[in-house]
Design a protein around this ligand. Structure first.
Ligand code: EPU
Length: 418
């Protein structure tokens, strides 16, 4: 298994380009199930999770073709309605095929995604949402089965808490339902807006995406189109924090500053200089990082997917920082690895971390536990004295394209050890 080795201490300097967003690309690719023809996606990141969803669609019968950061999916040949355990267990986001399959074929069977390192992550709201659209749901032998004799019908959906993939699944299902559906307390992430715009380009009638109430007027069919994946706001934030943590000066190109208002505000509050242009951000770090408190929240609140990276920054800040993880119940596993590097962190009530800034971190062998945890260990390795060796980097390869090459180009001493 590959490892990442980092000799810390370099200030990051230069320019980096952001890839397409994994969490936008996954639902977009799943949406091609709704189309009886070829959908082409551009700016697709080259990532393990994208290969996983491609394999899943191919297993269902779709014909997929990759180009340079493009993926064409011809959904005409889909003739299987079952997403198997072996494919779903590799990536929870596989649940995104459930809505489109039942909308198109009136019947879908998807292996129940299990828990994962960051929490239990149930999918109950996806299922009650489908029931509101007239599907009958059963769970048997580890599989979710959704059926509807007459096809889905428009309905009223209310989420107890905003769910990102739940909102996406239901938007896709409702796009082909008979009648009008309303999703209340919908997630408002930029990835939701990207999917709604893509579906509308295909011929859907969706209004309100990006707000808490989304209205979907069902249509008979969707048409093949070309869709560009939006830039990855979490990759953008990760490079911003790495620039700030190393006291560097980095310009991040091809991003959308408007998608990361919370990250920009918090980074400025920690003392970094942040300049934004239309599709560019420049971050200049300081040797005097100030401690700040963070609470993760659904968008436009501070993203849980940036919590681990900010924790790495706070380990070397002056003062104490309280980090409250309010989305997932077990998303502090990286804290134990940061402790091995000399950080001073204590966790209370499971979802509060107190980070007391230390003078410096020390390189150490550490283990990545999930995708964003791996990014926080890279940031910690970049600021630490000496060598950090990160194992289980397959977590990172799920969601960061060529991360070590991008950091090398900014002057980091980082390499992948095969
Ligand atoms: N939840 C339920 N029931 C449900 C669905 C969600 O209780 O039916 C709970 C979850 O357990 C969690 C909260 O609702 O406490 C929000 O979870 P959400 O459903 O929004 O998460 P998700 O859709 O499974 C997406 C991203 C995650 C990101 C979260 C939160 C994708 C493919 N995944 O997950 O991304 O952390 O939203 O923003 O879009 C990552 O990229 O590293 C990652 C984990």
């Amino acid at each position: 298994m590959d490892k990442i080795q980092i000799n810390g201490g370099q200030k990051l300097e230069g320019e980096v380009s952001i890839s397409g967003a994994k969490n936008a690309a996954l639902p977009l690719i799943a949406s091609s199930i709704l189309v009886n023809g070829k959908t082409t996606f551009t700016n697709v990141p080259n990532l393990m999770d994208i290969r996983s969803i491609r394999l899943l669609l191919e297993d269902l019968g779709a014909d997929c073709e990759n180009g340079d950061h493009t993926l064409t999916v011809d959904g005409a040949g889909i003739n299987k309605i079952e997403a198997e355990y072996d494919l779903v267990r590799k990536m929870r986001a596989s649940i995104l095929v459930l809505g489109p399959l039942v909308a198109r074929f009136r019947h879908a069977k998807v292996s129940m995604p299990g828990g994962c390192a960051i929490g239990a992550r149930p999918v109950n709201m996806h299922l009650t949402g489908l029931e509101a659209l007239g599907a009958t749901i059963s769970i048997e032998h580890g599989y979710i089965e959704a059926r509807t004799e007459e096809g889905l019908t428009g309905g009223e959906i209310y989420f107890d808490i905003p769910t990102v993939t739940g909102t996406e699944n239901l938007m896709m299902a409702a796009a082909l339902a008979k009648g009008t559906s309303v999703i209340r307390n919908a997630a408002r992430e930029p990835e939701i807006v990207c999917l709604a715009e893509a579906l509308n380009k295909m011929g859907a009638k969706i209004a309100g995406a990006g707000t808490a109430i989304i209205t979907i007027e069902g249509v008979e069919k969707l048409n093949p189109v070309e869709i560009r994946v939006i830039p990855d706001r979490i990759e953008t934030g990760t490079f911003m924090v790495a620039a700030a943590a190393t006291g560097g000066d980095v310009t991040i190109n091809g991003c959308v500053p408007d998608h990361i208002g919370g990250i920009i505000s918090k980074l400025k509050a920690s003392g970094a200089e942040v300049e934004t242009a239309e599709d560019r951000i420049r971050v200049k770090g300081t040797s005097d990082i100030r401690s700040i408190d963070i609470k993760t929240l659904p968008y436009p609140g501070f993203p849980t997917d940036m919590q681990a990276q900010f924790m790495a920054l706070m380990t070397v800040a002056k003062g104490n920082s309280v980090i409250h993880e309010s989305i997932f119940e077990n998303r502090f596993i990286h804290a134990n690895e940061l402790l091995r590097m000399g950080a001073d962190i204590s966790i209370s009530n499971g979802n509060y971390a107190m980070v007391r800034g230390v003078e410096r971190l020390q390189g150490a062998p550490v283990m990545a536990s999930d995708l964003r945890a791996s990014a926080s260990l890279v940031i910690a390795g970049l600021v630490a004295e000496g060598t950090t060796l990160i194992s289980r980097v397959y977590h990172m390869d799920r969601g960061y394209e060529a991360i070590e090459k991008k950091f090398q180009a900014l002057g980091a001493d980082i390499e992948r050890i095969k």
